[in-house]
Design a protein around this ligand. Sequence first.
Ligand code: HEM
Length: 508
Amino acid sequence: MMLLFHAIVLGLLLPIWAFCYWILPYFTTYKHLRHLPGPFLGKFSNLWLALGARNGQKYGRVVRVGFNHVSIATPEGLRVVYAHGNGFLKDIFYNAFISGVPGLFNVRDRAEHTRKRKIVAHAFSPGAVHDFEPYMSANLQRWVNQLDRIAATPGKDGYARLNIMPWCTFIAFDIIGDLAFGAPFGMVSRGRDECESARPGEPATYVPGAETLNRRGEVCSTLGLLPALRPWAKHLPDPFFSKGLRSVKNLHGIAAAAVTKRLENTEGTQSGIPQRRDILEMLCRSKDADGHAMQRDELVSETLTQLIAGSDTVSNTACAVIYWILHGERQSPGTIVPRLQAELDEAIAANSSISTHGEVKNLQFLRLCIDEAMRLHSTSAIGLPRIVTAKSGVFCENEHFPEGTVLSVPSYTLHHTSDIWGPDVEEFRPERWLNATPRQKMSFNPFSFGPRACVGQNVAHMELALIIGTAFHRYDFRLYQQKLESHEGFSKKPVECWVGIKLRHVEA
Ligand code: HEM
């Protein structure tokens, strides 16, 4: 019966649907974009983007990548599309990311975004972020204990071999779990991708958190680009959709469980349970301009937003930074790792197993390495789609884009353009940042730009400085792979990163 249903959907409805959504609009609605170069599929649909083929560089700087979506890979594009006060809105693409009520990341309405952003920005003020350090340190200490254990059984070359990517995932998830949900997921301690999930009234179950998050990201991105598929998605035979949609539910369950626990504990606070100073606490306490606190369903959405926005972004970036530092050292031996370790050794006591934020936050070479690796890897690589809302449209790069056109600027392409960075654009050269031109600084876009830029960038920099600073202070590394292959989704995820580690300082 199900098979018959799927056959009818695929055989009959899809061609009609394709005609209505793709072919008809091409001839009737989007004539103004026809002269722009781009992939053939992009002229009719968003399929080219949905299939993950995101590199349109060969077509030029202004490329039609979807039926009404134009990619502008220039610094000027960044200013026009993302800056404050330009009247753009996040595209309907983001609706596919909503589960429950909209959160800060996926809310599209401007006034509602401003209300939420004021509340959430409070949780990321410099004072609040400073209070997060004890939670980060406790997780970092557990991470180092695990890496020490691995380092204790070296191979023939004196280094213990491991894939550092999952370990970056475990530490990033545990930190954001601790900050946003009130307790680490325990991934570092278990050395496994495992989180507790419980929907209200149901017993707790264990789900692979990182895998669930990736699945959710992939299915939401695909349905965001092909919104007409959304009502059908759960009936489609491809398990990509059914498993992805289950992941959306599971993640909601993880967030709901955490908020319930915290609200119960908050009641207990009056009876003497010590109060935490984490993101969830800040969100529970913050009020909007009218003095209203967030309701439970909004709290669930906002904590979920922090988990999604603050976990694999950090883990993917941390892994990429480790890879690029080691790759840079392999290309120019003696120029990267010894310099970084000398700087770390001067700042951190030899017998400290982890660094403090005070020790690493102002280290110049560490920051140069992180920025250069963020440029080369570009965790947020794709163009983040914004819709033109001005009645008169906008002009950019000598083109006019009418109201309703979707525009985006692909960060990866901007970060890899030799016109901007010079002929050594593909090389890891941290010192390039010492003489960066205004155009280069403008083009560096790891956290996006304008009112929808990353609200958690202070937390991200704090985590990266602590993780990378601690890792290179405590261990010597070897790189066992030639290239860093990545999986292209909403965020660019290293597939694996095989390294060797060895303790540098023998403790007294
Ligand atoms: C290296 C790590 C990170 C990178 C590369 C990154 C990058 C980004 C980017 C590019 C955006 C814009 C997304 C869009 O417009 O669709 C964004 C938004 C956001 N990020 Fe991050 N992020 C990182 C870490 C974090 C952390 C640690 C948190 C929270 C603890 C966080 C919370 C958010 C939130 C809530 C938004 C939505 C902001 C809004 O729309 O007002 N991010 N991030």
